[in-house]
Design a protein around this ligand. Structure first.
Ligand SMILES: [Zn+2]
Length: 112
């Protein structure tokens, strides 16, 4: 086995090619490079926020109470982080979570 075979990543996470917010901004729609379309509400994304303010970084336990995230929460901003993740600003002002593609694929639901 050559040096280059050994350092080659074995699986590259699939990434989204299209990122869209619903008109009322309460829902995120993703189209993935393998053709799959998924979506999730802003409330659900906020409840799954992986940042250190929402998940204890030592115990991995979620410190955010999901019941405190309102159903009408909106996404006010979506930004790519390099080519591996997205970050959101929510209408409650929270915006420190970085959502890698793999996490987004796991927490969004296939459409149809
Ligand atoms: Zn958070």
């Amino acid at each position: 086995m050559s040096f280059w075979d050994r350092i080659k990543p074995t699986t590259r996470p699939v990434s989204a090619t299209e990122v869209e917010l619903s008109p009322e901004k309460t829902r995120l729609n993703l189209t993935w490079e393998d053709g799959v379309k998924t979506d999730a509400t802003a409330q659900h994304l906020r409840q799954q926020c992986p940042c250190a303010g929402c998940v204890d970084e030592w115990t991995n336990k979620r410190t955010l109470d999901p019941a405190r995230v309102p159903a009408d929460l909106r996404i006010t901003q979506v930004q790519p982080v390099g080519n591996y993740a997205l970050t959101f600003v929510f209408s409650d002002g929270h915006g420190t979570g970085i959502y890698p593609w793999k996490l987004l694929r796991d927490i969004t639901q296939p459409q149809g």
